[in-house]
Design a protein around this ligand. Structure first.
Ligand SMILES: NC(=O)c1ccc[n+]([C@@H]2O[C@H](COP(=O)([O-])OP(=O)(O)OC[C@H]3O[C@@H](n4cnc5c(N)ncnc54)[C@H](O)[C@@H]3O)[C@@H](O)[C@H]2O)c1
Length: 261
């Protein structure tokens, strides 16, 4: 018996941590409903997961658009028979201060990073209740606790995810739905690669930047998506039956210190 046999999991984001989580849950026996806007990544995930295990339905979904999220939940429930797990990993990471960030970018960041968690809960929780409960894991960030400069919109959304996690946990604890978040430090993924490339674009030495980012973490390296996926899988599993309303840091010790030597 595998840890997710018979479970149906919706995962947002089809690259990086979302992809690693879909792989881990599928390896545990879960059927996967995956939602992402990266069509090449969606196609690769379909090819990898469709023929294995309990099956996968990978859909081109803009998770900030209510009708698209509703239709994805409906299609997934029709295909697999219900919904037990939601992992919200998709996000955008624009750079900017309150002055340099335009209002459209601000609103889009709120919609994609936080609004999507409301939307998957809004449409998904009634389906989870029909199954007697379930688990939700939201991918926040260390930036919800202590942030860098020039990421005003992104950091704000990550703090909001911590709060939305607590709110959902309290509202649905008696429905058997546990809700937690994870807060990663720097993790090897397309979002971090964009940060590593910075102003140097394609000429950047990404591995050198990863080593520099890693040095900032007491453990001396950046994390891997599979390490975050393993924590998410634990929080989704019955082993985490008494865990709800909390955030779990996975940051190599980054936020344990104050960075002054
Ligand atoms: N990589 C890190 O260093 C790091 C650190 C802390 C937190 N996080 C968080 O981890 C989560 C996953 O990021 P990642 O590191 O895997 O990077 P990633 O870029 O691989 O994942 C983000 C995914 O979101 C998708 N996406 C963006 N907008 C979307 C939309 N409107 N609709 C559907 N999908 C959309 C992207 O296509 C991508 O697949 C994010 O919430 C991110 O904020 C990452």
């Amino acid at each position: 018996m595998k840890d997710f046999d018979g479970k149906i999991a919706l995962v947002t984001g089809t690259t990086g941590i979302g992809l690693a989580t879909a792989r881990r849950l599928a390896a545990g026996g879960a059927a996967i409903i995956a939602c992402g806007i990266d069509r090449a990544a969606n196609a690769a995930m379909t090819a990898e997961l469709d023929s294995s295990g309990a099956g996968a339905l990978v859909m081109a979904v803009d998770i900030s658009v209510p009708d698209q999220v509703r239709d994805a939940v409906t299609a997934g429930v029709e295909r697999f028979g219900g919904l037990d797990i939601i992992v919200n990993s998709a996000a955008i990471h624009p750079y900017g201060t309150a002055v340099s960030t335009d209002f459209d970018t601000w609103n889009q960041t709120m919609s994609v990073n936080v609004g999507s968690i409301y939307l998957t809960a809004h449409f998904g929780i009634p389906e989870m209740i029909k199954r007697g409960g379930g688990a939700i894991v939201n991918v926040a960030s260390v930036q919800g606790f202590a942030c860098q400069q020039n990421v005003a919109a992104y950091a704000t959304t990550k703090g909001a995810i911590h709060t939305l996690t607590r709110s959902l946990a309290l509202d649905y604890a008696r429905s058997g739905i546990r809700v937690n978040s994870v807060s990663p430090g720097s993790i090897r993924s397309p979002i971090l690669e964009k940060a590593a490339r910075g102003e140097n674009g394609t000429d950047a030495d990404v591995e050198a930047a990863y080593r520099r980012f890693g040095e900032a973490h007491p453990i001396g390296r950046i994390g891997e998506p599979e390490e975050v996926a393993e924590l998410i899988a634990f929080l989704c599993s019955s082993k985490a039956g008494f865990c709800t309303g909390a955030d779990y840091r996975i940051d190599g010790g980054l936020t344990a210190g104050i960075g002054v030597k």
